[in-house]
Structure formats: C-alpha cells, structure tokens
Write a protein that binds this ligand. Structure first.
Ligand code: NAD
Length: 380
C-alpha cells in the first residue's frame, strides 16, 4: 500500500506528518511513501531529502490524495480534504471528534477509516503513539522560551559587578504533560518555580523537578483514579479557595504559565482580571489553554497583548508548530508507530483490527459507521 503526506493547509502550520527518517521506517514495514512537493519545507525537510530517502514527490495535493491508500497528516482534514477520502482509504491525523461532528459524518459517509491521533488511549502500551503528549511536551517547553523572550530579565538570579539580579518567580498552573515540561524548562533556566494542580498525586513529581508545590488547605481532595488520571471539574467552593491562593501569589509572580484543562470542557477560568491587575509591570502570562477558551480572563487566542498595567499576555495556539523540525520528527514517529501496529505482518498492508484496544479507541469512522466514542478500555 501507499502512504502519503500532503502539505498542511491550515494557515501558519509548519509541521509535517512524515519525515525522511520516518519514511525509511515506513518502507521497512513494506509501504511505498509519497509526499506532496514542499510539504516538509517549513519544518526543514526538502523534497530532495525525501527523494533520497526513497519517497516519491507528488506535485499536487489532489494527486497525493488520489494516489495514497493511507493519508497521514497533522491537522484534522478540511472539508475539501475529507471529500477526497474514498471507501478504501485510511486517514491518520488529529481529529478531535467531539468538536468535529459534521466532519465525522462526512468521513463516515465516504466509508473511509479515520484514525484520530488525539484518541489514542493514555496507556503504557500506547505511549509511543501518544501524540497529545509529544506535542504537549514541546508546548510546555516553548511556553517558557516565549515567556523568557518577552520578560525583561534573566530567569536565573545573578550577582554581578553591575548589580544583583533576583531569580524570576514562575508559577505553573496545571502540572500535566505540558505543565511538567514547563516546570523542567523554567527550573533549568534557573527560575524559582511554583506549581499547582488539582490532582494532589502530582505534588511529588513537582517537587522532584525542583519546583515548589502550591498547597491548598482543603478537604475535598480529588481522586483522579476515578477519572482515568484526568482532572474533574471542581466544586465552586474549591475554585474560590484556589482563586484566593492565586490572588495572594499574583503580585509576586513574574511569569505565569497556565495549562489547566478538563477533558471535553472549556478551559477553567483561573487567572482573573483582578489578578492580572495585581501583577507587576513587565510580568508575562503564557496561556497554553488559549485554544480551549483560555485559563486567563484576558487571553486573546493567537495574540500577544499588553494590558494597561504593562502585563504581557500570550495566547498563541501554535507552540508545537513554532518548533516544527522537532514537532514533525516526534509526530512522524508517533504516526509510524501507529502504522506499525496497523501492519501486523510487516507486509505493507494495513489491518484495522477492531479487537485491538488501542486501534479501536483511536478509530473514529470505519466501514461507513461512526465508531466514536469508543467502548471503555478492557485493559488499563
Ligand atoms: P490535560 O492537558 O488534560 O490537563 C492539564 C493539567 O491541568 C492536568 O494535570 C489537570 O489535572 C490540570 N487541571 C485541571 N483543572 C485544574 C485546575 N482547576 N487547577 C489546576 N490544574 C488543573 O492533562 P494531560 O497533560 O493530558 O495529562 C492528564 C493525565 O494523563 C495525567 O494523569 C497524566 O499523567 C496522564 N497521562 C498518561 C499517559 C500514559 O500513561 N501514556 C500519557 C500522558 C498523560
């Protein structure tokens, strides 16, 4: 079978779902690889490099979609792209089925199989295909880099002949994959890092990375084992307690990185307008939840704004794409691991085995049916 990767059509998207290196691995699984001309350019991979890796360069998107049996891409398909799917084609990409019902219907009508990389279950066996985590890791790191580039001081403390500089105080709200990556980057740059999460089990992880866990005195401790390791919505009382704590911290913090998310809900509002007003001039907020409405009241998605009191609020939603060479390499690896699981005989023939927990969970349309949401996992 042929696996092809088109050029991403979303504005500003620099990632690509196949790299010359991943193409070599896919060929070892028995596939022929195709790439649309220029698809890797923004991520630093030229047509010539793909050709050297044995990939056929196809001139147009239409030609690519027609020739490929499996299309691997980053962003969910546009309507035009989805209309190019046919009965025997398999699409592998981010899809966000909960937010894309019409698209889901269209793909099912086309009788194509869609494998959503965002639906790969978060279990050990599937870690190698966990593109949500690989991209969140990059986003968390990049958030600190963007914050630092917008902040007028070092992140580390220094005593120099020209004066003494205190370390920057960084607060990370939400210590999931992105939050932990942000903590790691900020600690390694020498900042004094504080972190908060509603899941008390992350406290040890936060401390082991050299940050201080912001402790909230409250009885209602959450048992996230009941929600598959994810956060559940908080009671109003808990939220108020949390806001009280943040209000106390706001005037002291130089950089705030918010990453708090709850599955299938808008991002919780945790950094309110009065907290922004209480912050010092030159402080920076990076809101990694911007795409889902933002954790900060004043975030504008995809914008960098400066408030009247001189606080910089960054709501970019393209952090992984800002590190496109690395993000593409990691995403393409996630994809090739998925393809490897879809190819049990290593013969270049994909088998969508709906008895396999991981494949079943990620498959959102198959055989003319919408197969999302998946049944609960048999093995955790
Ligand atoms: P996420 O992106 O859904 O949320 C980010 C963080 O925000 C979470 O840590 C969450 O607890 C936190 N949060 C939610 N509401 C909050 C609030 N009001 N205040 C402060 N923090 C709040 O999370 P994620 O990074 O996708 O990780 C979610 C879970 O999945 C974690 O338990 C993680 O360990 C687990 N996980 C497992 C695997 C695996 O086993 N393969 C891989 C990745 C993640």
């Amino acid at each position: 079978m042929k696996i092809g990767t088109p050029k991403e059509v979303a504005r500003g998207e620099a990632r690509v779902a196949m790299t010359p290196e991943s193409a070599r691995a896919l060929q070892k699984l028995g596939y022929e690889c195709l790439i649309e001309s220029g698809a890797g350019e923004a991520a630093g991979f030229s047509d010539a490099e793909y050709e050297e890796a044995g990939v056929e360069v196809v001139k147009t998107a239409a030609g690519l979609w027609k020739a490929a049996d499996i299309v691997a891409k980053v962003r969910p398909p546009t309507e035009t792209e989805a209309k190019r799917l046919t009965k025997d084609k398999i699409l592998i990409s981010f899809f966000y089925p909960a937010a894309n019902e019409e698209l889901l219907k269209l793909c099912a009508e086309k009788k194509s199989t869609v494998i959503a990389m965002d639906m790969v279950p978060r279990i050990s066996r599937a870690q190698k295909m966990d593109a949500l985590s690989s991209m969140a890791n990059i986003a968390g790191y990049r958030a600190v880099i963007e914050a630092s580039a917008n902040f007028g001081r070092f992140l580390n403390g220094q005593v120099t002949a020209a004066g003494k500089v205190p370390p920057a105080k960084v607060l990370v709200v939400g210590a999931g994959v992105a939050g932990l990556a942000a903590i790691g980057a900020a600690v390694s740059l020498g900042a004094q890092v504080y972190a908060f999460d509603v899941r008390p089990e992350v406290a040890e992880q936060i401390k082991s990375m050299g940050a201080e866990f912001v402790f909230l005195e409250f009885d209602e401790n959450q048992d996230s084992a009941a929600t598959g390791g994810y956060a559940a919505p908080q009671s109003e009382e808990f939220r108020q307690k949390q806001l009280e704590k943040f209000r106390e911290l706001a005037p002291e913090m130089d950089i705030v990185i918010t990453t708090a998310l709850i599955p299938n809900r808008p991002a919780p509002k945790l950094w309110t307008e009065d907290m922004v007003k209480a912050m010092k001039r030159g402080s920076v907020i990076v809101d990694l939840a911007a795409e889902r409405g933002g954790n900060c009241d004043l975030t504008v998605p995809d914008e960098r704004i400066v408030t009247e009191n001189g606080v910089i609020i960054i709501g970019y939603t393209d952090f992984p794409s800002r590190m496109a060479p690395l993000a593409s390499t990691m995403y393409a690896n996630n994809i090739r691991h998925m393809v490897s699981d879809l190819t049990p005989n290593k013969d270049g023939v994909a088998v969508v085995n709906m008895e396999d927990d991981v494949i079943r969970s990620a498959t959102v349309t198959h055989g003319g049916e919408i197969t999302w949401p998946p049944p609960p996992l048999k093995v955790q």
